[in-house]
Ligand binder design. Structure first.
Ligand code: HXC
Ligand code: NAP
Length: 294
């Protein structure tokens, strides 16, 4: 048996008959989380700009899990398309219980090299896209007096720290986090819970091609930035997402759960650089410090 974190966490169908919309569900982490939702009994609507990709993913996931997947072409930047996606979901499944705001756009660049349109593009996908889906589904849940619903937003750890060279993404993800915390309070009275996950590095083609192009992958061994000295496994993120989508987390609301092996804290702690001091030097350093007392 491999490591336990590669293993599905739940042993029963905790999402049975739940209908969950996963934006950007055709690839990367969205696909991995969709797969696990299906294994747990959910019906999943995967959406993105590329219908062919979605259909291939749907076919693959249905064959793997025997679950039901609906593919809907929907650019989250356009509210009309999001409303149409909601209508297609309701037509196919009669209801919707969960929204996973996972779609994103991002690339590394010195900010002064960006055109205004480039900056807007990332903001529009991440912040406006998450807002569009949340608003459309939220209005539906409130109007139809649905007993309960869940929104889960995928942010990043730099939503709270900020980060150079991905400034549009950091700005947008911070906005999504603010929306999460705000609506968790405002919409709780309608039975809508809202949480976020802040993942550290989980390799995907979409992210790695844009954030570590060419030989940057070799130049910056991302594992070295993580105290646990490894990147994340898709299953362990899927385990967390399934928990936050399920009723097991019914009292968790307005929370952002970091899953990064301690990465962002390693960059933050004032004296974390002392990690580089060899064990053999500590006797000498202690002696020097104690000597000051005399
Ligand atoms: C500077 C760039 C650029 C680059 C595009 N632009 N790439 N500017 N450097 N590398 C500019 C374009 O010139 C244009 O501006 C504007 O951005 C829009 O570009 P388009 O290609 O027309 O946009 P679009 O087709 O909508 O594509 C959006 C995209 C693309 C974000 C640029 O990368 C995309 O489709 N991404 C989706 C998937 C993705 O990004 N996945 C990674 C998520 S990873 P002008 O002015 O010329 O019109 C992630 C991880 C975070 O979020 C944390 C990791 C630890
Ligand atoms: P990815 O495979 O590139 O996923 C992004 C998805 O968003 C794609 O499926 C893409 O599909 C979709 N998308 C992009 N623009 C869209 C639009 N305008 N409308 C609808 N869908 C759109 O990358 P990923 O790594 O799995 O990222 C998934 C999420 O995790 C993102 O929110 C990302 O910020 C977050 N995250 C990832 C990491 C990591 O290490 N991988 C770390 C922290 C956070 P189309 O191109 O077909 O539209």
């Amino acid at each position: 048996m491999g490591n336990v974190y590669n293993t599905p966490m739940f042993t029963s169908e905790v999402l049975k008959d739940q209908v969950i919309v996963v934006t950007g569900g055709g690839s990367g982490l969205g696909k991995s989380m969709s797969r696990y939702f299906l294994q747990l009994g959910a019906k999943v609507v995967i959406t993105s700009r590329n219908l062919e990709k979605l259909k291939n993913t749907a076919q693959e996931l249905e064959a793997e899990t025997s679950g039901k997947v609906l593919s809907v072409k929907c650019d989250v930047r356009n509210y009309d398309e999001v409303e149409a996606m909601l209508a297609a979901t309701l037509e196919a499944f009669g209801k919707v219980d969960g929204l996973l705001n996972n779609a994103a756009g991002n690339f590394i660049s010195p900010t002064e090299r960006l055109s205004a349109h480039a900056f807007d593009t990332v903001i529009d996908i991440v912040l406006k896209g998450s807002k569009n889906c949340t608003l459309a589904l939220g209005k539906h849940w409130i109007k139809s007096k649905q007993e309960k619903a869940v929104v889960l937003n995928i942010v990043t750890t730099y939503a709270f720290t900020g980060s150079a060279y991905v400034v549009p993404s950091a700005t947008a993800k911070a906005g999504v986090l603010a929306m999460t915390r705000s609506l968790a309070v405002e919409w709780a009275k309608y039975g809508i819970r809202m949480n976020a996950i802040a993942p550290g590095p989980f390799p995907t083609k979409g992210a790695w091609d844009r954030l570590l192009p060419g030989d940057l992958k070799e130049k910056f061994d991302i594992r070295k930035k993580v105290p646990l000295k490894r990147v994340g496994e898709h299953q362990e993120l899927a385990n967390l997402a399934a928990y936050l989508m399920s009723d097991f987390s019914a009292y968790v609301n307005g929370e952002v759960v970091t899953i990064d092996g301690g990465e962002w804290l390693q960059g933050a702690g004032e004296f974390n650089m002392l990690e580089h001091i060899p064990q053999s030097m500590w006797d000498m350093l202690e002696a020097m410090i104690r000597a000051k007392k005399k």
